[in-house]
Ligand binder design. Structure first.
Ligand code: NZQ
Ligand code: ZN
Length: 398
């Protein structure tokens, strides 16, 4: 196990009906807030009205910014940041999936600094992100997730797409930990079967990335990671089939928060190559993040089966019921079991199913390596994924 530091400062309020406390919690932090949400779902499901009502009943003044698209764009958060700054908002609340929560973090940053958000995302072609990261200052943030997937509700990162250059990159910093998150699993009842499955795959991927690429010896983290993967594997298909199954929704939601809050990966190191390869797909084609991860995972796992079969074998044995004692056989069987799990949630797909053009594979691979490689010319993984390797993974996933 490597040495590590871990900070988990976000206060977590979890459970059925807790969304009604949004106003009381916000009032402890601010008199005037910006409520950041997506363009459709929170209004349609009525959660937006519930949160607005709770805020107003607590005497909190609200500036609503309901313009966040899935895979949020820099220009959208820059506009939100300007409005929040001019209106004198003291707290930014992200209500929705990862997209509105990430956008809230970016708006909190831009509102404080006045810098455009593009300057904060990794890989940004201006090269200025190194000076500005990590983000030390931002307005206080609160999150209310409505979808179990990203873990953005309690971590200090976010992802933005800069449309002008098709870059999708991460930003992070100590100031971006939400002060408080209200996690009410009932808010996820209305998530479609497709997005429920995509979210479960995102949780799984957050867990397996460092587990497969990082330190061999991290025994507590192994058990934590495997337990959380099992929770996602068991409860994803239940939530897809029974959207109002509270315990399945609660398990998925809590697993998604814990997967990316730092504890599973602390002391492990490792990298996020499938995320790097996926972010370029969703930047170019605006596809769902979790769906893109499901598409790329089998081809990536084939490389892991060659490079570190014992790690994939261990995951298969502990999380997917694989029995083979030989690591090579167990690793191959794990890939089959993972595909079966994807199939059980109708998320075993190929890039061609989503209308991705074959001639974009090379430019996307070049972009993924540029952003994910940070000047090294490859994305670190169980092997160095250079442009040739990334194109090969894209081809096999097509
Ligand atoms: O469009 P809106 O109205 O927002 O509706 C959303 C959206 O269409 C809908 N939805 C959300 N909650 C719902 C609901 N529909 C019905 N009922 C509900 N309760 O679902 C669609 C997807 O929402 P989105 O927020 O885009 O999904 P997700 O949570 O998967 O977030 C994806 C974004 O997060 C980034 C991704 O790259 C992507 O940009 N990530 C953020 C991370 C982080 N901050 O730590 C880590 C992740 O690896 C990821 O990269
Ligand atoms: Zn993810």
């Amino acid at each position: 196990m490597h040495n590590f530091q871990l900070s988990m400062p976000t206060r977590i309020i979890f459970g059925r009906g807790e969304v009604e406390n949004a106003g009381a919690e916000a009032a402890k932090l601010a008199g005037k807030v910006m409520l950041v949400t997506g363009r459709t779902s929170t209004r349609k499901t009525g959660v937006l009205q519930r949160v607005m009502h709770s805020l107003e009943a607590a005497g909190v003044e609200v500036v609503l910014y309901d313009k966040i698209e899935p895979n949020p764009r820099t220009h959208t958060v820059d506009q939100g940041g300007r409005i929040a700054r001019e209106a004198g908002c003291e707290l930014i609340i992200g209500l929705g999936g990862g997209s509105p929560m990430d956008a809230a973090k970016a708006i909190a940053t831009v509102a404080k600094s006045g810098h455009p958000s593009h300057e904060y995302i990794t890989g940004n072609k201006t090269g200025r992100w190194r000076e500005l990261l990590p983000i030390q200052e931002a307005l206080p943030i609160m999150t209310i997730p409505t979808l179990a997937a990203t873990g953005s509700e309690a971590n200090n990162g976010g992802v933005l797409t800069h449309e002008a250059t098709k870059e999708k990159g991460a930003f992070s910093g100590p100031a971006l930990f939400p002060k408080v998150t209200i996690i009410d699993p009932e808010l996820t009842y209305t998530v479609s079967p497709e997005y429920t499955a995509d979210g479960a795959v995102d949780v799984f991927t957050h867990l397996y990335e460092a587990y497969l690429t990082g330190a061999e010896e991290a025994r507590v983290q192994d058990h934590l990671t495997e337990g959380l993967i099992r929770a996602a594997v068991e409860n994803g298909p239940i939530a897809v089939a029974e959207p109002e199954n509270y315990e399945a929704r609660a398990a998925l939601m809590w697993a998604s928060t814990l997967a990316l809050i730092g504890i599973a990966g602390a002391g492990r190191g490792g990298s996020f190559p499938v995320h790097q390869m996926e972010h370029t797909l969703s930047a170019y084609y605006d596809i769902s993040h979790g769906r893109g991860l499901a598409i790329l995972t089998p081809a990536y796992f084939k490389r892991v089966a060659e490079d570190r079969p014992h790690r994939l074998a261990r995951m298969g044995r502990h999380c997917f019921g694989v029995k083979a004692t030989d690591d090579q056989l167990a690793a191959a069987e794990t890939i089959e079991r993972v595909i079966e799990w994807f199939r059980s949630m109708n998320v075993h797909l190929k890039m061609s199913d989503l209308g991705i053009a074959r001639d974009s594979l090379l430019p996307m691979a070049e972009e993924a390596v540029r952003v994910g490689g940070r000047g090294q010319g490859f994305i670190p993984a169980t092997r160095q994924l250079d442009v040739r390797e990334v194109v090969a993974i894209y081809e096999e996933s097509y």
